[in-house]
Ligand binder design. Sequence first.
Ligand code: FAD
Length: 111
Amino acid sequence: MGSKENFNLIHQLAEVIQGEVGATRAAVDAGMCEHERQIGQTGVTVRPKLYIACGVSGAVQHRAGMQESSKIISINKDPKAPINAIADYTIIGDVMEVLPKMIKYYKANTK
Ligand SMILES: Cc1cc2nc3c(=O)[nH]c(=O)nc-3n(C[C@H](O)[C@H](O)[C@H](O)COP(=O)(O)OP(=O)(O)OC[C@H]3O[C@@H](n4cnc5c(N)ncnc54)[C@H](O)[C@@H]3O)c2cc1C
């Protein structure tokens, strides 16, 4: 996500779809998110119905914490990102363009 300010988009999306925010170790180490929300080998394990990976490479240590999710959507500008291999749906694009559209769409369509 690049910065704590950009990471705020994740919180906005979570709010409109009533989800929870998790993070990679890289995002936690960069100060974008608190450690309690780190998903993976040295974080927590989650198994949500829907996991939306925003700019997540899909390192094995991260996958250990989320790969049992029922459905995985990956948003990544790199078509070859390892997360795409386990994702059910992949959006190839910039999170800074895709996330605002998702937030706008869900806000308009969520009852
Ligand atoms: C012992 C050990 C334990 C670890 N434990 C954990 C753990 O518990 N959890 C964990 O997550 N990691 C853990 N790691 C770290 C792990 O190996 C990875 O370094 C980390 O998961 C990478 O995080 P990332 O995907 O956010 O960052 P990166 O690997 O830097 O990947 C960023 C991704 O975002 C994409 N991207 C960049 N900019 C954009 C954009 N604007 N729009 C769309 N896509 C974009 C890139 O294409 C890339 O795929 C551990 C490592 C070790 C050695």
